[in-house]
Design a protein around this ligand. Structure first.
Ligand code: ZN
Length: 61
């Protein structure tokens, strides 16, 4: 019995481009398609993803 949690970690292709901005906290947040439902919190959330560095974040709404 094991819990396998697969995280989809997209590899940043252009890691260098805009990396400075990302490191400074200025990510290029884009709304990602998919279920706007956070299983963990059980709330409707909006998912964002930075195409530059691949960072993701969720925002409750
Ligand atoms: Zn970023």
């Amino acid at each position: 019995m094991g819990e396998i949690i697969a995280f989809k970690r997209p590899r940043p292709k252009a890691a260098h481009k805009g990396r400075t901005l990302c490191n400074s906290g200025f990510h290029k947040w884009e709304v990602t398609a998919g279920t706007p439902f956070d299983v963990k919190s059980g709330k409707l959330v909006t998912r964002y993803r930075c195409p530059r560095c691949g960072a993701t974040r969720t925002e409750a709404r």
